[in-house]
Ligand binder design. Structure first.
Ligand SMILES: NC(=O)C1=CN([C@@H]2O[C@H](COP(=O)(O)OP(=O)(O)OC[C@H]3O[C@@H](n4cnc5c(N)ncnc54)[C@H](O)[C@@H]3O)[C@@H](O)[C@H]2O)[C@H](O)CC1
Ligand SMILES: [K+]
Length: 524
């Protein structure tokens, strides 16, 4: 039996694909059923979390097969000597065959079986670990009152104690495909760890799923790898070996000059918003662009006191030839801004479109036509509100299914899209989707989007292919924030202006590691 728990399973499968694999798995003759394998893997992980100390564990079993996984886990933990209380929902008479077997197995072992009628003892006990087997991928309706009471009670209990929560398959209440809640009450069990079965799932890595899943582990339950469909939805991880080719575009040969590393032109900066352009420009500079200019829409700053290397002019004084454009930071949405953007979109150069440039495109069908016709590389970097404007939807609709929104933007505008937010989505018009793994709430502050746009521009300017530039920029931007937080800078008070130096460190480290075979290692 192969029960291998890997924290790094990058392929993400949708619910319909998991169901197919589940059906296939059931036809395979093996010593253990899928449910038994799930229980064995979960008990093993729980033992690791508890560091083998035999403390009280609460296992919650719901009415479906997720509840069966829970019974199986409780049974295995009881056999290993843990003090288990199994809180049962649902009626044994209505269980699936597998769940019935697991329930019978558990009920014959030394553990405390409890019904859900009175939660007062449950919610006042100091559990070392709570295992959530209430609902898995089968939950589609709103929560009945007794489930709502349990979920609220568990979340209140764990927020003020050191009780750890392990979710089986997914935190109950989270949609496996989208990361949104499955219910209009916005209820889900908040987990510290999720052990997901058969394959990793997109909903654990974006939107509310990212908040509620904690650290994700994957167990394939021994399903033959050859049966697992090739996924078009992957987690972004930078891997020195696998990303060698993309990183090679950042290597520098001795006999080169600034012209080899491209010229990034930031376009924006109306009166009162020039800081956005400075942030984007500084980011492009520290991310390695050979030359950086800012074309201000209003009176230009004469130079950037922090980085006098950046050339500052009025945008009307530029003749655009082969620069990489970053349009939008602090651009405003005036008629003049629209005209300039229209001009820039017509140039046959790569362009990163952010902030007000996105708002202008959302409001002006003429600009949409020009954008769709572009043949040079385009990266759009909307946050959810900008995405909502571009698609004529509400933010709630965008966040309800971030993957579909990013996909729709990419196909509508024939561009690579980075939909920002917890678990940023990178979408390719060909249908491939990436979900970012780095970043933290320290990024929820003004100017971080300008830094991302500048970074995208710099990577394009240095010759990285468009999809790679979007992927690396998203990952490195989040990683920079993670490293700043690790060193005590943030999440509270992390400033966008602190990101470019951290980005520079990461880029140089990645290139160094990919350059010298002896130093190759994973960039963790
Ligand atoms: N089938 C297998 O061999 C394996 C399944 N695994 C686990 O099973 C779940 C999916 O199981 P399923 O029974 O389809 O769904 P759930 O357990 O999530 O529960 C759905 C269950 O609950 C009922 N229900 C749905 N919504 C509500 C509601 N709001 N109130 C009350 N009841 C509700 C619904 O009718 C169903 O009966 C999967 O996630 C895995 O954890 C394992 O992978 C092992 C193999
Ligand atoms: K669950």
């Amino acid at each position: 039996m192969t029960t291998h728990i890997s924290p790094e399973s990058r392929s993400l499968l949708f619910c319909s694909q998991i169901r197919e694999l589940e059906s296939f798995g059931k036809t395979q003759q093996t010593e253990y059923s899928l449910m038994q394998k799930a229980g064995i893997a979960a008990a093993r992980l729980a033992a690791g979390i508890l560091q083998e100390k035999h403390l009280p564990v609460l296992i919650i079993a719901g009415p479906g097969n997720n509840g069966g996984d829970a019974c199986e886990t409780a049974a295995r933990l009881a056999m290993m000597g843990w003090h288990c209380t199994l809180l049962m929902y649902g009626e044994p008479g209505k269980y699936s065959e597998d769940t019935k077997k697991s329930y019978t197995f558990a009920s014959e072992l030394p553990l405390t079986l409890q019904g859900y009628q009175d939660l007062s003892d449950i919610l006042s006990t100091r559990w070392a670990l709570i295992i959530d087997g209430l609902f898995g991928i089968g939950l589609t309706r709103d929560m009945d009152e007794h489930y709502a009471e349990l979920i609220n009670g568990i979340n209140k209990l764990t927020v003020r104690s050191d009780t750890a929560v392990l979710a089986l398959d997914l935190p109950s209440g989270i949609n496996p495909d989208t990361g949104d809640f499955t219910n209009t009450q916005m209820l889900a069990i908040r987990a510290d760890y999720t052990l997901t079965f058969i394959a990793n799932k997109p909903g654990l890595h974006t939107a509310y799923g990212k908040d509620f899943a904690g650290k994700v582990f994957v167990d394939d339950l021994g399903i033959q790898v050859s049966k697992i469909p090739e996924s078009r939805c992957l987690l972004i991880e930078v891997d020195i070996e696998a990303d060698m080719l993309a990183l090679s575009s950042l290597r520098r040969l001795p006999n080169t000059h600034k012209g080899h590393y491209g010229h990034v032109l930031i376009i924006g900066g109306v009166q009162g918003m020039s800081g956005a352009c400075l942030l984007a420009g500084r980011s492009a500079l520290l991310a390695g662009a050979g030359k950086v200019s800012i074309g201000f829409l209003d009176a230009a700053a004469s130079f950037d006191a922090l980085h006098p290397e950046i050339m500052c002019k009025n945008i009307r004084d530029f003749t655009v030839t082969n620069e990489v454009l970053v349009a939008g930071p602090g651009m405003g949405t005036s008629h003049e801004a629209k005209k300039i953007l229209q001009d820039m979109l017509r140039k046959n150069t790569p362009i990163v479109i952010d902030a007000d440039a996105l708002n202008l495109i959302a409001a002006e069908p003429e600009l949409q036509v020009v954008l769709r016709q572009k043949t040079s590389p385009v990266i759009l970097t909307p946050h959810p509100l900008e995405a909502a404007r571009l698609l004529g939807k509400s933010i709630t609709q965008i966040q309800h299914d971030r993957l579909s929104a990013a996909k729709q933007l990419a196909t509508t505008f024939n561009a690579i899209v980075i939909l920002k937010g917890a678990g940023s989505i990178v979408s390719n018009p060909n249908g491939d989707i990436l979900i970012n793994t780095t970043g933290n709430p320290g990024l929820s502050t003004g100017g971080t989007g300008d830094v991302l746009a500048g970074l995208c521009g710099a990577l394009l300017a240095q010759g990285m292919p468009t999809i790679e530039a979007a992927k690396f920029a998203t990952w490195i931007h989040g990683k920079a924030a993670d490293e700043l937080v690790d060193s005590g800078i943030g999440p509270i008070g992390l400033c966008a202006g602190e990101l470019p130096q951290a980005i520079r460190n990461i880029l140089n480290r990645l290139v160094r590691q990919s350059d010298f075979p002896s130093q190759r290692q994973r960039p963790v």
